[in-house]
Design a binder for this molecule. Structure first.
Ligand code: FAD
Ligand code: MLT
Ligand code: ZN
Length: 572
């Protein structure tokens, strides 16, 4: 049961003061004038409440616990979160006091499970693992574990669950929403040492491997067998297949090969209590009961740790062409997409969009890049074809380019003459994220919107921000996925207040998604309701509770109820 030492009846303003007050050091119990009864635990030792599965209270809002069985009034919840949510760069959050702190005896136990090599306490290694790719989210973990087998993962989780030690699963740490790094002192469970290829079927193209395999290495491996990975992204040199699966990464080939929900045929997953769930099928068709693996594809490490993956790889085709095209208006980009689908059909493998500020960002910050075209234009398209017959593909591409030029969709363009030139076009497109990080602070929005609205959000946000920041846009136009980025010299509360909830409300108004492919992580749990109904969120919370009753897996992430602590400013 919760410890409740005091009761207080507070008005909203007093409540706000309480949230912002650094002086509170005792357990309190709030009765807010909305009629909500929220027990507030501010620094009490509440280890005993860890058995959340059996107890009634579980979740926290800045140390405010609510009842799983009696969900908080949703309207209040939304408004409160909207009001307080802020950039993680500026947010100070409250550590969930249900989680235990590491003790010497824990370290000994971990050493017994993974050996000396698997227990990392070196400060420089920890600093890297505590910091995300954008250098925006910083955790304070004192322990990084590198298991080598599923059994070790299972033993680690079983122990952490029994001790109520929080854990953040980590792959290549290239995630863009702060999901892969601890928020506080969560133990980092890095899968990088589990990198064996287990089997490859050269007829079906089905690959089975461990979760820590790096995507590019897998592509090289299947490439030697005449196949290719069904996904490709700028982070391929570092990201791991387990991370890709856990984020349901989209990337540059989704247009052609579809999402991981279709390509992943099976998974092995370890649950929070250490149970190993074998769903590692290699069948294209399997309708025996619920397709449980789908829950973990895009689960962002909150429901289980992916340890093995079975994935369908398509044949690697001999002929690839890449064109870099310029358009003067967005309407023409849309028309070009329509034409590409019509003319290129089955050989179209990517249709990427870059606006001029995004291109400038890349040219300015990425060494060795140069503008592929002699004069400046407003929009660019990177169109790739992949097929099995070079002459046939060229013929199709030429027909598309001619039609596009004649119809006035493109005003200029060039087709890569060799793989080096094609690589230089891709370098620009894939390097924009890195260029943005080099340029300073970046607010990233990864939206799915109807294609006709793809660029309107960019223009509207520019109008909203004026000269306050640079707005750049790029993305997977073929999938309706715009990467809307705001670049500024530093993170700034006032700037953020102009961006959010503007962007989220705009997206909701056109029935878009606030996360097309990057996930919610630590950045966006408060925005989930813009894209999902209350009922759907409630169901998600039910799955979380079922699979991880103590909430030890990647806390403060994905679900608003789990992340509520990230929406307040109380520092600990
Ligand atoms: P991490 O970043 O380590 O983790 C990501 C999330 O998955 C975290 O929540 C983590 O807890 C969880 N996780 C990791 N491994 C496991 C596991 N084994 N079991 C359970 N949970 C796990 N994304 C796209 O969708 N499309 C793109 O085109 C794209 N391009 C990118 C380009 C660049 C330059 C960068 C830096 C990132 C890009 N991303 C893109 C973001 C993308 O999410 C990641 O690159 C990738 O999928 C994450 O893999 P990772 O191994 O780095 O996972
Ligand atoms: C991309 O498409 O380049 C990635 O999703 C990364 C990003 O959005 O910056
Ligand atoms: Zn992307």
């Amino acid at each position: 049961m919760w410890r409740r030492s005091k009761h207080a009846c507070l008005r909203a303003t007093q409540f706000a003061k309480l949230l912002f007050s650094p002086h509170l050091a005792d357990s309190s119990y709030l009765h807010i004038s909305t009629g909500l009864h929220l027990p507030v635990l501010l620094s009490a030792d509440v280890q005993s409440t860890c058995n959340a599965g059996e107890s009634t209270g579980i979740r926290i809002v800045c140390g405010v616990y609510m009842n799983w069985k009696r969900p908080l009034n949703q309207q209040f919840w939304k408004h409160w979160q909207r009001g307080l949510a802020t950039s993680p760069g500026a947010t100070k959050v409250f550590r969930d006091p249900r989680f235990a702190k590491l003790e010497e005896s824990d370290m000994q136990h971990f050493q017994e499970i993974v050996g000396d090599k698997g227990v990392i306490v070196d400060s420089s290694e920890l600093e890297v693992a505590n910091t995300d790719w954008m250098n925006k989210y910083h955790g304070q973990s004192q322990l990084l574990l590198r298991p080598q087998t599923t059994q070790q993962v299972a033993e680690i989780l079983k122990f952490c669950n029994s001790r109520c030690l929080a854990v953040v699963p980590q792959g290549g740490n290239t995630g863009l929403v702060g999901g892969s790094v601890p928020v506080f002192d969560e133990i980092i469970l890095n899968l990088g040492a589990m990198k064996s290829i287990l089997s490859f079927d050269e007829v079906s193209g089905i690959l089975v491997c461990e979760a820590g395999c790096i995507l590019e290495n897998l592509d090289t491996f299947v490439g030697t067998k005449g196949f290719t990975m069904p996904l490709d992204l700028g982070a391929k040199g570092s990201c791991q297949i387990g991370g890709n699966v856990s984020t349901n990464a989209g990337g540059l080939r989704l247009l052609r090969y579809g999402s991981l929900h279709g390509n992943v045929l099976g998974l092995e997953v370890v649950l929070a209590n250490g149970t190993v769930v074998d769903m590692l099928g290699t069948l294209r068709k399997d309708n025996t009961g619920y397709d449980l693996k789908q829950l973990f594809i895009g689960g962002e490490g909150t429901l289980g740790v992916v340890t093995k993956v079975s994935i369908l790889t398509p044949p690697k085709l001999a002929s690839t062409n890449v064109a870099f095209l310029a358009c003067e208006d967005y309407e023409s980009c849309q028309n070009a997409l329509k034409e590409a689908k019509k003319q290129l059909g089955e050989i179209l493998s990517a249709f990427e969009f870059i606006d001029r500020p995004a291109l400038d960002m890349a040219l300015c910050h990425l060494e060795g890049t140069r503008d592929p075209l002699p004069s400046k234009h407003n929009f660019y398209l990177l169109v790739e074809t992949t097929g099995s017959n070079e002459a046939h593909d060229k013929e199709k591409l030429d027909a598309f380019l001619e039609a596009g030029m004649e119809l006035g969709y493109f005003v200029d363009g060039t087709v890569a003459q060799d793989s080096t030139q094609a690589g230089s076009f891709w370098e620009i497109r894939e390097g924009i994220s890195e260029a943005l990080v080099k340029a300073g602070a970046v607010y990233k929005y990864d939206l799915s919107v109807p294609i006709k609205s793809f660029y309107r959000i960019v223009e509207d946000l520019r109008a909203q921000l004026g000269n306050a920041a640079v707005v750049v846009a790029y993305g997977h136009l073929g999938d309706g996925n715009v990467h809307l980025n705001v670049s500024a010299p530093k993170y700034d509360e006032q700037l953020l207040a102009k961006i959010e909830p503007f962007v989220y409300e705009w997206t909701a108004a056109c029935k878009g998604s606030v996360s097309a492919e990057h996930g919610l992580g630590f950045m966006k749990p408060h925005a989930l309701h813009y894209s999902k109904s209350e009922e759907a969120i409630h169901l998600m919370e039910g799955f979380k509770k079922l699979l991880d009753p103590k909430g030890i897996l990647n806390p403060y992430k994905v679900l608003p109820a789990c992340a509520a602590t990230s929406t307040c400013f109380v520092s600990v």
